[in-house]
Design a protein around this ligand. Structure first.
Ligand SMILES: [Fe+2]
Ligand SMILES: [Fe+2]
Length: 405
């Protein structure tokens, strides 16, 4: 079935340009065009589209309002903004309604890449109800203490970028959201981002200030709703997995880009747990209870109760937010790497690093230590080196690793 993609711009010349640019895609994509927000809504009412790409500055209904309405009425549609304007005020406004940004004019390659990525994400999750739910997620919960540190720093007469970088890099949600912003070509950045700290430097104090203080890009987490789940604990695990990913990247001779991707994927690999803790409080509590009483691993009890695990949910959302493909796949398949259609080294690093961390840190007497998927290791041709990974991981973790009781 052809994918339906709707372009909205009040300038007919821009729409004509897009039509010509994407002429060779007409076999795969059905291209639709609207010269106003109103017309765009009429087109969607006649038949749902997969992706909408809209200009922001338009008379009557502007792009932010249009995307806001689409988010409410048709949450499954991937929302992409295309704009020539990049003021801090606008980026702050659009940061919550937009999945991805493109700067205008954009190259045909960028346009195709962004739309293709939106399509590629489809194979991660096939439940339409879950997809709709995830598409509405705007923010993820942050550790309250870290959130307050950030607002305190921003309230200073001269906030320090370095301090902001340090604060943000200690929170999974803040990292995810900032990486979403800097990965878009809207800000004119290169698509390759090395780390959360670098994301902060690229955005600058003013943009971060308006994002945090006026748009409330980040939200504090009410921990008491999900007893047994602590953000701080998730963060510690995620940071250790990220450094183990870096270690494996060095041992295995990854390229610089693969190494950076592996680190970011390590930081974000369990981001789906945040989605669950906020949006599926009841179900998530039952999963925690099953593991507490009967043992087993979280992702399996999530699958038995919800049909999917935090891995697919997190991967799907990060794909929607435009994070690079290898990072998205590593997140989505980190517990079941053999099911990944095109496994890559970033996935290998995250899958192995997660097992290494569980192996070196025993969380509770009841918890089951996951094991590396043998068939996957064979497929990647690394099984002979796994012993060496354990050795290197033990050395890296040094005295911090606890012995199993
Ligand atoms: Fe996980
Ligand atoms: Fe994990």
């Amino acid at each position: 079935m052809k994918r339906r993609i709707l372009f909205v711009d009040d300038e007919p010349k821009v729409l004509g340009g897009i039509r010509r640019m994407l002429f060779d895609m007409r076999g795969e994509w059905e291209l639709l065009f609207a010269e106003s927000g109103q017309r765009a809504l009429e087109i969607i009412a006649e038949g749902l589209v997969d992706v909408i790409v809209t200009d922001i500055l338009m008379p009557e209904m502007d792009g932010v309002e249009l995307l806001g309405r689409i988010r409410e009425e048709y949450p499954s549609v991937t929302r992409i903004a295309m704009s020539g304007q990049s003021s801090a005020k606008f980026s702050a406004l659009a940061a919550l309604t937009v999945h991805q940004y493109l700067s205008k004019p954009c190259s045909v390659e960028d346009l195709k890449a962004v739309i293709n990525q939106a399509m590629g994400r489809e194979r991660i999750l096939d439940d339409p109800a879950l997809k709709r739910m995830i598409s509405r997620v705007e923010r993820l919960p942050s550790v309250p203490a870290i959130y307050r540190q950030l607002t305190d720093e921003l309230a200073k007469p001269e906030p320090s970028l370095q301090a902001i970088g340090v604060i943000v890099s200690r929170d999974v949600s803040m990292c995810a959201k900032l990486l979403q912003l800097v990965n878009s070509s809207f800000f004119g950045f290169a698509r390759h981002i090395e780390s959360p700290e670098q994301a902060v430097t690229l955005l600058g104090v003013n943009v971060i200030k308006s994002l945090v203080l006026s748009v409330h890009l980040f939200a504090e987490f009410e921990e008491q709703k999900v007893p047994g789940f602590t953000l701080a604990y998730l963060w510690e695990h995620s940071m250790r997995v990220a450094s183990l990913c870096r270690l494996l990247a060095d041992v295995e001779g990854f390229t610089r880009e693969e190494r950076d991707h592996a680190f970011i994927a390590g930081v974000l690999h369990d981001v789906g747990k945040l989605i669950l803790a906020v949006n599926f409080v009841e179900e998530y509590n039952s999963c925690l209870e099953i593991v507490r009483n009967q043992g087993g691993v979280m992702w399996q009890s999530e699958r038995s109760i919800l049909g999917v695990s935090h891995a697919e949910l997190g991967g799907y959302l990060m794909g929607l937010w435009g994070l690079p493909g290898p990072i998205v796949e590593a997140i989505a398949y980190h517990h079941l790497p053999l099911t990944c259609p095109e496994p890559n080294k970033v996935l290998l690093a995250v899958h192995a690093a997660n097992v290494l961390d569980h192996g070196l840190y025993v969380f509770s007497k009841r918890s089951v230590v996951p094991i590396m998927e043998q068939q996957f290791l064979e497929r990647m041709g690394v099984q002979a080196r796994v012993e060496g990974w354990w050795q290197a991981a033990r050395e890296l973790m040094g005295s911090t690793a606890k012995d199993a009781e």
